[in-house]
Design a protein around this ligand. Structure first.
Ligand SMILES: Nc1ncnc2c1ncn2[C@@H]1O[C@H](COP(=O)(O)OP(=O)(O)OP(=O)(O)O)[C@@H](O)[C@H]1O
Ligand SMILES: [Mg+2]
Length: 368
């Protein structure tokens, strides 16, 4: 799929801008603070319904305006999609092919974003890695999202109950029914995650070996808060979870928190047997992210027969020649790419690469 045209009205520092990108490389060159990331943000927002920079989307409305509008025209393998997004303070509206839509289907249309902030996936808190597992690798798993949201709801209701028990407003024995529910949904979520890892691990390992010319063996390890393994059945996971909950019941009441379960689990990335979070260099960590992004692109192709649009914000120049070339090999000719840089030197896309170069200056884009 690719973006044929994009029009921004009062979005961030763009007052009015129209571009007609090419299906291959679209290179946005500009000094700092000119609007390069703003443009990527508008594409991401139109494609996913969310910003990657802020949860307060009103921040994206141009400071001298009351609302902002993004129009974009996407071409997929089978049809054209016209998306109109309007942002008002505290409200947003989407029209797809002239029809109002409420909420976006998860991850659709396809966009994969790679920014320097992605390093948080390795260095940051566990919720970053759980989010990756659940919403990126788990994107095309039917029913997964349903179980995940049910599970999260049970956790929060159970936490309320634990507080009531601590304050002696409810009896301990009411917990049992909630444990059952937590166990049922928790075992399902856990099983989904372990199976996702089983499914993706060989491919990620293979991709990573290619990116590092055979030097680094990548292994994803799941850390379950009750020591579950991928050899367990759903019933076994359920029983283990319940047993573990019984063992921490007093502490849970004292802290009014559900202390174990998939919402407390973590994932780690091991390179040649050592944890990349603790021992990996910046370049090694970045390469793991690159492996994950390429896997996501391939997943789109595999599961829905469409390549997603790829947004690369200031990352290409950070990769060494081998890794950059490996990324380009996967995308060139197949994937529409938007990439930003402060200079057109060092991009080294290859002589024949089909591309448009744009200059970005103070919220205005012109073809170079
Ligand atoms: N709602 C808004 N209205 C007007 N201008 C805004 C708004 N939000 C952000 N800006 C401005 O947009 C400018 C450009 O931001 P952007 O992040 O796109 O820069 P960039 O070209 O990616 O720069 P860098 O190379 O530093 O990453 C910022 O300086 C900011 O002041
Ligand atoms: Mg930027």
């Amino acid at each position: 799929m690719y973006l044929k045209s994009l029009e921004l009205i009062n979005f961030r520092n763009y007052v009015r801008q129209i571009i007609e990108p090419c299906p291959y490389f679209n290179i946005l060159i500009g000094q700092n603070a000119q609007g390069k990331t703003n443009l990527l943000e508008s594409i991401y927002l139109a494609c996913t319904g969310k910003s990657f920079r802020t949860s307060r989307e009103r921040e994206a409305i141009n400071w001298s305006s009351e609302f902002s509008t993004i129009h974009c025209l996407l071409e997929t393998e089978t049809r054209e999609l016209k998306i109109k997004l309007q942002l008002y303070p505290g409200q947003k509206k989407f029209l797809v092919n002239e029809n109002t839509v409420h909420g976006y289907p998860l991850g659709w249309p396809g966009v994969v974003l790679f920014t320097p902030d992605d390093l948080l996936l390795i260095k940051g808190p566990p919720q970053e890695r759980r989010r990756f597992l659940d919403y990126e690798l788990g994107l095309f798993q039917p029913h997964y999202n349903h179980y995940l949201s049910r599970y999260n709801r049970v956790v929060s209701q159970r936490n309320n109950l634990l507080r009531e028990i601590r304050e002696k407003r409810t009896k301990n024995n009411t917990l049992q029914a909630w444990n059952e529910q937590l166990g049922r949904y928790g075992a399902k979520v856990l099983l989904f995650r372990l199976e996702l890892l089983k499914k993706f691990s060989p491919q990620l390992r293979q991709l990573h070996l290619q990116l590092t010319t055979g030097r680094e063996n990548l292994e994803l390890r799941y850390h379950s808060s009750f020591k579950a393994t991928n050899m367990c059945s759903e019933e076994e996971l359920f029983n283990q979870y319940l047993e573990a909950l019984n063992a921490v019941q007093e502490e849970e009441i004292a802290r009014a928190q559900t202390l174990i379960g998939p919402h407390r689990d973590d994932l780690s990335f091991f390179l040649n047997g050592v944890d990349a979070k603790t021992y990996g260099s910046q370049g090694q960590q970045r390469t793991i992210i690159l492996t994950l992004k390429i896997a996501q692109i391939l997943q789109w192709k595999n599961d829905v027969n469409e390549y997603p649009v790829l947004l690369l914000d200031d990352v290409l120049q950070e990769l060494d020649q081998i890794r950059r070339q490996a990324l380009l090999n996967y995308v060139t000719g197949n994937v529409q790419v938007f990439l930003t840089s402060t200079s057109s030197e060092n991009l080294k896309l290859g002589a024949g690469a089909n591309k448009i170069l744009y200059n970005v200056v103070s919220g205005k884009i012109t073809k170079a």
